[in-house]
Design a protein around this ligand. Sequence first.
Ligand code: HEC
Ligand code: HEC
Ligand code: HEC
Ligand code: HEC
Ligand code: HEC
Length: 391
Amino acid sequence: MSRALALSAFLLAIAAAAAADSSTVEHFLRRHWRMPLAPQGPPPARYSALEASLAPEACGTCHPAQLADWRTSLHAHAMGPGVAGQLVEMWKSAPGEALACLTCHAPLAEQRPSDGAFDAALQSRGIVCAACHVRAHERFGPPRRDGTVASGAPRETLAHNGVTRTSAFLASEFCRGCHQFTSNGFALNGKLLENTHAEWKASRFAREGVQCQDCHMPDRRHLWRGIHDADMVRSGVTIAVEGGRGPVRPGQTISATLTLESTRVGHAFPTYVTPRVLLRGELVDADGAVVTGSRRERVIAREVALDLSREIRDTRLRPGARARLVYQARPARAGLRLRLSVVVEPDAFYTAFFETLLGSGAGQGDAQIREALAATRRSVFTLFVRELPAT
Ligand code: HEC
Ligand code: HEC
Ligand code: HEC
Ligand code: HEC
Ligand code: HEC
């Protein structure tokens, strides 16, 4: 009895500690991500020019591994031609909207043209190190890998006066501000346009304590791979083919089933309205040419109208769910093969959106939007393919 009481008192104490920890994290994050971000102000007098600089290369002088990773990430390209090409005209027609884009794509005060310390070169670098790590020239970061937060030596003797370490850097909530609209944000068909954190929160991964960083920054790498990376997508899904045992005689029916299950994606697959995933079945001849009329597809996507006026359909997979393409055909001739594949179009929405924008005139952004359009076409890849003898 007394042991049971002692145990429940102990469990209550743990629960209270966990609650205190999550409220400290929330408290920190409210301050850290208060938008728009405040200017850094003047650097401490003892800082060298290198320590005072907000340029990623300055950080990279002493943190080369993070710089090398970050450079290859989409965060580093968040002010690429697709965004910059739209902003040139927007600054003239709707400067308020253009500023709003920067809160996620180039969030530092020093990246906003309206700020006194504006630096155009820094703006073009997108989501720089300092956006996540520096406030008022103070460095913030995660606890050391051994879990400790205190600095050994007096901070004023360390590079950039040391680091304020907090477990907030390890929590999904750190990523929420840019990857989740607030509950009163833009929605279609009753669903927010960006809902990644809420999707994660409702998943088994949240219950098991698996954070965004565990999947997107394994071993603290700064790569943030997602739908644009074949290996990353493969890590989250399980693909299987059943049936299709052949070959059959021309005129007989061949059938096979292609199944894709979302086994390790921590949110809807895919989470945004911009990608499209296709389960595809088709007959091909000896030269690899597709037999006309033989292609069948099943789309996994949340498709919305280009003007964001309505949702067309939502066939995304919740964690654990699966999509299936049952392929049936009656090949008319001999020597054909059945090809089953999974094709990923990471930027399907933007391909159509940029085409329409160019059609109506992108003004001074024209060349950049053309470059962005070409990039959306190049990003398509085949995730999986299997060919079976059909006839
Ligand atoms: C002159 C070298 C130098 C420059 C420039 C520099 N740092 Fe550091 N940084 C260090 C050193 C040394 C430490 C380790 C301090 C400690 O142990 O407390 C550190 C620690 C950190 C940490 C914690 C790392 C960990 O191991 O947990 C972060 C985050 C960080 N720096 C971010 C930045 C960012 C962002 C920039 C650029 C805006 C930057 N630093 C520029 C030398 C530098
Ligand atoms: C300051 C805003 C901001 C923060 C904070 C932020 N992101 Fe991002 N993230 C973006 C933007 C904007 C893009 C798209 C960049 C582009 O392609 O132009 C992006 C892209 C990504 C992608 C690539 C998606 C793809 O299409 O392949 C992943 C993965 C990602 N972020 C994960 C994270 C994680 C995990 C965190 C938290 C550690 C995080 N992000 C924090 C704004 C942010
Ligand atoms: C709440 C944060 C947020 C805001 C505000 C925001 N974006 Fe994004 N943006 C993202 C994220 C996250 C992605 C990556 C996922 C995707 O492709 O939808 C992205 C991707 C993009 C892309 C495709 C990737 C690329 O670099 O070509 C374009 C273009 C873009 N945003 C333009 C804009 C424009 C223009 C605005 C302002 C009207 C804006 N965004 C406002 C978060 C934001
Ligand atoms: C989108 C936000 C974001 C950006 C941009 C970013 N970081 Fe980080 N950084 C994080 C998070 C979150 C962690 C902790 C990740 C974890 O522990 O899983 C981290 C960890 C670190 C660490 C500790 C690494 C370790 O091994 O302990 C260093 C150092 C660091 N970042 C430096 C940089 C530098 C330098 C840049 C720019 C080149 C940069 N970061 C850009 C979010 C960011
Ligand atoms: C269990 C692992 C896992 C967790 C947890 C996870 N992700 Fe992902 N994420 C993936 C995989 C795998 C992909 C690639 C497939 C896809 O695009 O859905 C991905 C894709 C993405 C993309 C690409 C865009 C898109 O439309 O899919 C973004 C952005 C992203 N994740 C952000 C986040 C954020 C923010 C969190 C935390 C709230 C998070 N992820 C949690 C595994 C995870």
